[in-house]
Structure formats: C-alpha cells, structure tokens
Design a protein around this ligand. Structure first.
Ligand code: KG4
Ligand code: ZN
Length: 335
C-alpha cells in the first residue's frame, strides 16, 4: 500500500509517500521558519496561508520524486491534530478532497503519534516494547509503548514543554526563533562551572516535569548579571550552557527513572528537542551504563515532517481504520 502523508499542524508543510512493502518512497518539506522569524514566533494566519500556497505543489513534487502518478496512491494520511486549527484545516481539507477525487481511503492521525513512531523509519528500528521521551515545542512526555496504539502515559510536563522553555530562554538571551538550536549553539562556548540552575521536580519521586520555574531562574540570572554590568557575550553563553545542562540533566534523570520503573531497556527519543546534541550524548552515556539502547529519528525526522504521518497512517490504514467520507478532522487540542 502506498500512502501519501500530509503534515501541516504548525510551521512546516511536510509531504511524503510511504510504501508498506518498500519503505519511504519520497519525502519533501517546506519550512516557514524564515517567514515567521521576523515576528519572533509562529503567526497562525500566515502559517495557514503559506500551507495553502505550498501544499499542492509539494504533493506534485513528492509524486515526481517517487516516480509515481497520483493514480498510484492507495490512501492518504494527514495530521488531524493537535496544532493550529487553520493550519490543520489546510492539510485535512486537501487530504479529503484528493481522496474523494481519487476514490481512496483517507485517515487523520495524531501528530504526537507521528513523532513517537518516527524512529520506525530508520534502518534498525526499535522493537516493541520501549519507553519513549517525546520532547517538542508543545509536549514533554514519557510514554510506555507496547505496540501500535498501545500507549501508557508515564509522566508529562505540568506547565511548559521542554522546547517551549528553550524558545523562551532564547528570547531572554536575545536569540532568534526557533530558540532551541540557537541556545544550543550559544551554549557551546559556555563555561559549565560558572552557573548552576535547578533540576525541577527531580528531588521527589515521579515522572512529571516542570520547566516554568527554570524560565524564571534564567531571567533572574540574566537580570543579576546585567545589574553587575557583567552581561557580556561570554556571560550569555554561560547562561545558555547552565540552562541547557539543567534541561538535559532533568530529562536524563526522568528517563532513567522511567526505564527503572518499567524494567524496559529500550529508550526512544523523538520530537524537536531530540535533535539536541548534548541531550543525545547524555542519554547514550546513561543507556550504556545500564545496558540499554537508545533510538532516535534521523535529524530531519526529529522535527515536523510528512514521513512520520505517512508511516503512522499506513499502519492504522492497514489495521482497517479510515475517516468516514466527508468527515475531515481538525482537532487543535487532542490529548
Ligand atoms: O517537534 P517540533 O519540530 O515541533 C513541535 O511539534 O513542537 O519541535 C520544535 C521544538 C522547538 O521548541 C525548538 O526550539 C526545539 O524543538 N528544538 C531544539 C533543538 N532543535 C529544535 N531544542 C533544543 N536543541 C535543539 N538542537
Ligand atoms: Zn511536532
């Protein structure tokens, strides 16, 4: 079965074709980051309009790259949520219109299930069961994954997501959106011994996270350095490093606890923040110590993309799921 996957939940238009026998056939992406950068964050109305402009040409391009015509598609999967409602509607209505015209099944999928199973697109995919750490701009969750659709939430952030915390810290440091990569770059030259930020919620048992206090701590540190007349480039790098170390350490401590609590030895890390190099190195070291393995999607599939949506859609379509005709779904908040 050849499945066209469409992702338009936020600021990337992603389209891919996944073949259940041959694997990923083609994958294309248009990122709106440059367009939103001048506003310091995603402007929802601009996002929807840009998806409208880009989506059909990208669908044609993915077909061309796969050497297929639209008549060789067997089904369509799209991100039904969570996300920006206008952006979601572009993908949902395009998917339903195209499916109706081609007379093939169509299915809305959960964006986070896409991130969760993105490592399945790699050459050596993780076997079930595993623990997954989902760290994106909107979510920070630990999930026990037994199989497709068999997920148990072990813990999640009670306030900001890890990516959101990176983005806010970046703003405080005067860095561009998206903040995660910018903070990580600045932290490279930071001195890890100069400042130490707290590791929130690690002093008590449990697998929940909280990152909003860290945000306040970062602001306080910046203000203090400023008052001392010491907020130069190297001090800003030290703040970035202290912030990144605190987030990485907190995530690693909770991952270790989740592996201990479930008795599992496989960890999957996905979502935008899983691109963070220091996080990867830290989790590799932790895993090696306890004979566990860590799996990541390739860099391109850590952030939003159509391939993960095509993959999840294909698995669910194979299991017999599909939307009722004309019942397009756009669900901005979807637990
Ligand atoms: O999964 P994603 O592309 O979109 C959402 O579904 O949210 O994640 C985007 C988030 C942003 O907050 C971004 O700052 C963060 O992932 N991010 C990073 C890195 N690359 C992206 N955070 C830390 N280090 C990175 N290298
Ligand atoms: Zn995402």
């Amino acid at each position: 079965m050849r499945v066209l996957g469409i992702e338009t939940s936020c600021d990337e238009t992603g389209v891919a074709i996944y073949d259940t026998e041959r694997g990923l056939a083609a994958d294309v992406l248009h990122s709106q980051i440059a367009m939103h950068a001048e506003y310091g964050g995603v402007v929802p109305e601009l996002a929807s309009r840009d998806h409208t402009r880009r989506l059909l040409p990208l669908i044609q391009r993915v077909l061309d790259e796969a050497g297929l015509t639209r008549h060789q598609l067997d089904a369509i999967a799209y991100t039904a949520g969570p996300g920006l409602v206008g952006a979601l509607m572009v993908g949902a209505s395009t998917a339903h219109g195209l499916a109706r015209a081609l007379d093939i099944p169509v299915l809305g999928v959960h964006h986070m299930e896409g991130h969760l199973l993105a490592p399945m697109l790699e050459d050596a995919p993780p076997a079930f069961p595993f623990v997954a750490l989902l760290v994106s701009g909107g979510h920070t969750q630990l999930v026990e994954v037994e199989g497709l659709g068999r997920y148990r939430l072990l813990g999640e952030s009670v306030d900001d997501a890890a990516g959101e915390a990176f983005d806010k810290a970046a703003k405080m440091l005067g860095l561009d959106y998206p903040g995660g990569p910018a903070v990580a770059r600045l932290a490279e030259s930071g001195n890890p011994a100069r400042l130490r930020f707290p590791r929130p919620m690690t002093d008590r048992p449990g697998l929940d996270f909280s990152f909003s206090g860290l945000k306040t701590h970062t602001l306080t540190a910046i203000r203090r350095l400023e008052a001392e007349g010491a907020l130069d480039e190297s001090a800003r790098a030290d703040v970035a490093r202290a912030f990144e170390d605190a987030v990485v350490d907190t995530l690693a401590i909770k991952c270790r606890r989740a592996l201990e609590a479930t008795g599992l030895r496989r960890l999957v890390v996905a979502g935008g923040v899983s691109a963070n190099r220091r996080l990867r190195e830290r989790l590799e070291r932790e895993a090696a110590k306890r004979g566990a393995e860590v799996h990541y999607p390739r860099g391109r599939f850590c952030t939003d993309n159509g391939a993960m949506i095509a993959y999840v859609g294909a698995q669910r379509l194979l299991a017999g799921e599909h939307d009722a005709p004309g019942q397009m779904q756009a669900v901005p908040r979807w637990p």
